[in-house]
Design a protein around this ligand. Structure first.
Ligand SMILES: NC(=O)c1ccc[n+]([C@@H]2O[C@H](COP(=O)([O-])OP(=O)(O)OC[C@H]3O[C@@H](n4cnc5c(N)ncnc54)[C@H](O)[C@@H]3O)[C@@H](O)[C@H]2O)c1
Ligand SMILES: [Zn+2]
Length: 811
């Protein structure tokens, strides 16, 4: 490789890594798996080793990933928060060269352990000592946090950020119950900054994802991303509902207390009542540490007994630290990591597991999509035993050539649901056949026997092609899923329907589509047989009455709930809520100018890309073409500007921070995929029928929006900052809109009021600088009462995680 080539590749790697860092640390929605990211990063390091002139101070190799977030106050770390250096895994032979997988992994692991010996040797030489004590502790796969205690009281909580400056997330961290607000010690040090990780226990994380999924929202790829995503929420009440925990393993800036060893730090933190790791080992020297490693960490390579199975959180390696802290200043640090610590990742922790694909089953979803699922010989993967994995869709199976009987590689890393990564072709038994979904299900839906067809479907990542049962109206599997969806707690909350009851309602023909529930007679429902013909078990009158009552109550539920209940593809709870707060009723959603605007904006952006006269990909060939395209481009730009302006004025969009080549770009409240999906739904026969039936049933759910330009606060622009005790940001915004006002996201001289709650951000400073009136919660409440959108009563309280108020308990 020449220097010029290296430079080009280096620049590309830096660009890619930065983009992934942003997705990971700022958006908390990584695009690629950690393995893939680590591969890019390793390539960067290798390149820089080979061509040291490429190392610049702003290379990702020189700084800690992450950057401050929008909406939080910044805090400088008095002691930088660094990352950790990893031991490079030894290069390993490919599978074909060494078929005995278990032994190969062990050998590789041994090689890496030798690097630990080298590390120890170098340190001892540097420090001129014969022996160094080490602490071996698990590396928690969470999100770094720093918590400050002044005279024993929790005063500040900060993220790692870029290592030198983080975000003030005090309000969010205060909702984590495992972090004490007051240290449990009589005479606490005047100042103690502790460092550790926030995390979600695996089972809590899985429950959260199930909840998000049933709400039609996108699940998080893994517990670490869920934690990062939660910590950056601007509303601590939302954070309080998420199952976060914390564990601490170090100190930052301290006053009035001194630590000599790392072991002493760990013991002291525990004594102060801070959660610390349940296991860590103080080792006499490196050889002792390696012994402990074999016995405790990899349990002599018995994966079912190793360290990962003993901890409530995910770990992604072990950390080895020099115990004597007085030596730390003498060990030179790296650019982004301290010198006194190192990370080791056992090979089999990062390598995916292998097992046999026993069979494939096909499930039918709410929208009729047929999803193939792998039935596996149970296998232990990263801390748990799994026997099923997703195969995504037929194209994926074909691309990977997955066949029943194959030995397959399974991974969970970075994914919630385990997935089949690849086939070990060398282990394929004779007589397997390529998998053909159409043939496998005999060309019919496995649930109803109806016809199936290949259709594009929208997924979280974009478009995909899938087989779909065409019997939308008649397929019992789809009907049952839709009925369950319609009655679930977050939709119409009809307790008692769901599971077996939904199944029997559809089977018996009493209900065909969700709205049929409103035609049900008490006697029929009471007589519904939940058992079999031989052993009948009826639903009963009491239950039936309850269901009918719940249905009556549901009539007056707000638009957001109804919109969600209809199970429109791509419309989750949040989207339904967003749409409902800008519309009066279902009819106005069906012909929404706002949603049409969103869809059109996306079309324009796509067209603009193709006609762009300065396009490098597709440059104009002649001067005439250039002029023609320049004209078209300009027309599109004007149209985008006009629509964008309309949406911004309605509060439905804001200009995007960065726009591609100066073309107007907007961040809309609801994305184009969802917007299109909603409009398509109401234009379809199904959607039109639903509107008609609702009209006939006299069900008329209301949105939060009054006709624009009306209401006592018409024309007034509000900006919210900090947290209010009585409402979430959403609820407060809705109240403002209900009174005819408008909520903007940033303060300008056009802002009429800034509403400042607890721990307000920089918006408050800006408001003061511009002389914009600032309302505290009491003044805001008074204004809302005067505007007639709020009763003059006690603050509304919303049910929280345990049915109490939603206020974080620790406030
Ligand atoms: N998928 C993606 O797009 C993407 C993007 C960026 C980063 N990443 C992932 O993030 C990793 C880099 O993140 P990082 O820089 O935070 O490094 P890291 O998480 O691999 O290691 C450093 C961190 O470990 C934590 N830690 C946990 N237990 C500890 C203990 N006992 N003692 C001390 N520290 C402990 C500390 O918070 C420290 O900052 C990459 O390896 C990659 O896997 C992925
Ligand atoms: Zn079907």
């Amino acid at each position: 490789m020449t220097l010029a080539e290296a430079r080009a590749r280096h620049a590309q790697l830096v660009r890619e890594i930065r983009a992934h860092d942003h997705a990971y640390y700022v958006e908390a929605r990584p695009i690629i798996s950690d393995r893939e990211y680590d591969r890019l990063f390793q390539e960067l390091l290798d390149l820089e080793r080979q061509f040291p002139e490429l190392v610049t101070p702003d290379s990702p190799s020189q700084r800690v990933g992450g950057e401050p977030l929008e909406g939080f106050r910044r805090v400088r770390h008095r002691v930088p928060m660094l990352s950790l250096e990893k031991i490079r895994p030894a290069d390993h032979p490919t599978r074909a060269e060494e078929p005995d997988d278990a032994r190969r992994k062990q050998r590789q692991d041994q090689n890496t352990l030798n690097e630990l010996r080298t590390w120890d040797l170098n340190l001892r030489k540097q420090l001129r000592v014969d022996r160094l004590e080490y602490v071996l502790e698990p590396k928690v796969d969470g999100v770094s946090i720093s918590v400050h205690f002044e005279n024993g009281r929790f005063v500040l909580g900060v993220t790692r950020g870029d290592g030198s400056t983080g975000d003030d997330i005090t309000a969010n961290l205060r909702t984590i119950r495992s972090i004490p607000l007051v240290l449990s010690v009589k005479d606490p040090p005047p100042y103690l900054e502790v460092r550790g990780e926030a995390y979600m226990a695996q089972k809590d994380f899985e429950a959260l994802n199930r909840q998000l999924e049933s709400a039609g929202e996108e699940p998080f790829p893994n517990a670490r991303n869920a934690t990062a995503g939660t910590l950056k929420l601007l509303d601590p009440r939302q954070v309080a509902r998420r199952p976060l925990r914390a564990v601490f393993y170090g100190v930052g800036h301290c006053e009035g207390v001194e630590f000599r060893t790392h072991a002493e730090v760990l013991e002291t933190l525990r004594r102060f009542g801070l959660p610390t790791q349940p296991c860590w080992w103080l080792c006499r020297d490196m050889e002792h540490l390696l012994e402990v490693y074999h016995r405790e960490v990899v349990a002599n390579y018995d994966e079912t007994r190793d360290l990962r199975t003993r901890l409530p959180y995910e770990i992604d390696g072990i950390v080895i630290k020099v115990n004597d802290m007085t030596l730390w200043p003498r060990i030179p640090a790296r650019a982004r990591a301290p010198g006194y610590a190192i990370v080791h990742k056992p090979i089999h922790w990062i390598e995916p597991a292998e097992t046999v694909l026993k069979g494939i089953t096909v499930q039918v979803g709410r929208t009729g999509v047929l999803t193939p699922v792998a039935e596996l010989e149970p296998v232990f993967v990263q801390g748990s035993t799994i026997s099923r994995a997703t195969l995504h869709n037929e194209d994926e199976i074909r691309r990977k050539d997955i066949r029943i009987g194959d030995t397959v590689v399974i991974r969970k890393a970075g994914m919630v649901i385990p997935e089949v990564v690849e086939v070990v072709k060398s282990k394929r038994p004779p007589g397997t056949r390529p998998f053909d979904l159409y043939e496998f299900v005999g060309g019919r839906c496995p649930a109803c026997g109806g016809p199936i067809a290949k259709e594009p479907i929208a997924t979280g990542e974009g478009q995909e092609v899938a087989w779909r049962c065409q019997n939308v109206a008649g397929c019992p599997a789809q009907k049952i899923r839709r009925l369950e969806f319609f009655t679930q707690r977050k939709a119409l909350d009809i307790e008692g329907i769901g599971g077996i009851v939904a199944e029997k309602l559809i089977e018996s023909g009493l209900v065909d589509e969700p709205l049929d529930l409103y035609e049900l007679k008490l006697e029929d429902l009471a007589r519904l047989n939940l058992g079999t013909a031989e052993a009948p078990r009826v639903f009963g009158e009491k239950n039936a009455r309850k269901v009918l009552e719940a249905l009556e109550r549901a009539r007056s539920l707000p638009l957001a709930r109804w919109l969600f209940a209809l199970a429109i593809p791509n419309v989750g709870e949040v989207t339904a809520h967003d749409i409902a707060s800008f519309h009066e009723d279902l009819e106005s959603v069906a012909r929404s100018r706002l949603l049409q605007g969103v869809v059109r904006l996306e079309e324009i952006a796509r067209q603009a890309e193709t006609v762009n006269p300065n396009s490098r990909k597709n440059p104009p060939q002649t001067g005439t073409e250039f002029r023609r395209r320049a004209e078209q481009y300009e027309a599109l730009r004007r149209e985008a500007e006009r629509i964008g302006k309309e949406l911004v004025e309605a509060g439905f969009a804001r200009p995007a921070a960065r726009s591609e080549g100066g073309f107007p770009a907007f961040v809309t409240r609801v994305g184009p995929v969802a917007a299109r999906s909603v409009l398509d739904y109401f234009a379809s026969p199904t959607g039109r029928r639903v509107l008609e039936r609702l009209r006939a049933l006299k069900i008329h759910p209301r949105g939060a929006r009054t006709a624009s330009g009306q209401g006592p606060l018409a024309g007034k622009t509000f900006v919210l900052t900090g947290t209010l005790a009585a409402w979430t940001r959403e609820e407060a915004s809705e109240l403002i809109r209900k009174a005819g006002g408008h909520v903007a996201s940033s303060v300008s001289k056009n802002t009429d009021y800034v509403v400042a709650g607890e721990s307000p951000g920089s918006k408050l400073d800006k408001a003061r600088a511009l002389g914009v009136p600032v309302l505290d919660e009491a003044a805001f409440r008074k204004l809302l009462i005067e505007a007639g959108v709020l009763e003059n009563a006690h603050p509304t309280s919303r049910p929280g995680p345990g049915g109490g108020t939603a206020q974080p308990e620790l406030f």
